[in-house]
Ligand binder design. Sequence first.
Ligand code: NAP
Length: 306
Amino acid sequence: MKRLVRIAVIGASGLVGRAVVRELGTRADWKVIGTAHRRADHRTVALDIREAAAIEAFVAQHTPDAIVIAAAERRPDVCERDPELARALNVEAVRTIATAAKRHGAWVLSLSTDYVFDGTKPPYRTDDPPCPINAYGRSKLDGERALRQATDLGCVLRLPLLFGHIVEWQESAVTSLAPALVASAAPDAPAAVMDDWATRYPTFTDDVAYVIRQMLERYEHGEPICGIAHWSGAEPMTKFEIAKRIARALGIAARIEPQPASAEATPRPRDCQLDASRLEALEIGRRTPFDEALRSVLDAFPLDQR
Ligand SMILES: NC(=O)c1ccc[n+]([C@@H]2O[C@H](COP(=O)([O-])OP(=O)(O)OC[C@H]3O[C@@H](n4cnc5c(N)ncnc54)[C@H](OP(=O)(O)O)[C@@H]3O)[C@@H](O)[C@H]2O)c1
């Protein structure tokens, strides 16, 4: 058995980070130390991961046994516009955190994306050669490499499109579709046009958090999972299909039109289905049906914030 008492979650205020903190908090014998940046509050430690010295001081002070990196710049358009910011968060910060983790003997798990692939030959196994087609994917791939160079006690967990409990619609590319759907339901409103070109595998953050907890438990049992792992929901759908399901869950008569060709300003891959067999073979994983997970997210989002 490994000593696993203190777990740092870097980016505890984000969509995934919040779910991870909630899930890990169910283990009474684990002390979870979450960090945040702009949204730091009394539950989190303020940390700007662009400052290497601050990262090193954080790790030296809290001496975590394991670190989960959920902080990143994950918006493809922002990465395209500001590659320096993308590099600082998605590459250099990962390198600094992983180097500090190595120094303290901590296992480190860094979250990455299916956008490291070009989306032309799905499904993708963990050993398939990556070939990102936008700045976000390139920065995340460089971050994966930085982690591997910094420590041999590290794992990259690649994930597809995520959705989960939100504090605002825009937090996830799934729930961000909702305002246009609500608007389209008004009398004489134009239809909401939704991409029907790219196949996505929307994955519930509560399931991702559960997978991360299982991976931490493997580490605790002396079986650290290192290298690259994939996790993904198993229900393929385009944004057009996702939009129809959101409208149904909200009970609104949205007018939705499919967009048959990609109309995104930033290039996006068409189908990056991730093969999750490595974790499945270890009996790691959970997949909440999409409609059930979506309904729980919408039910928990206060009506007055919609
Ligand atoms: N969301 C998706 O659909 C998706 C899909 C595949 C992979 N992923 C990966 O999953 C991971 C988590 O994504 P997410 O959706 O949870 O992202 P998110 O909701 O945008 O959260 C980003 C987190 O990073 C923190 N952060 C941003 N700038 C920081 C800085 N300078 N210093 C310290 N912390 C900073 C934020 O803190 P504050 O808010 O407090 O500033 C927040 O906690 C990322 O690695 C992402 O690439 C996400």
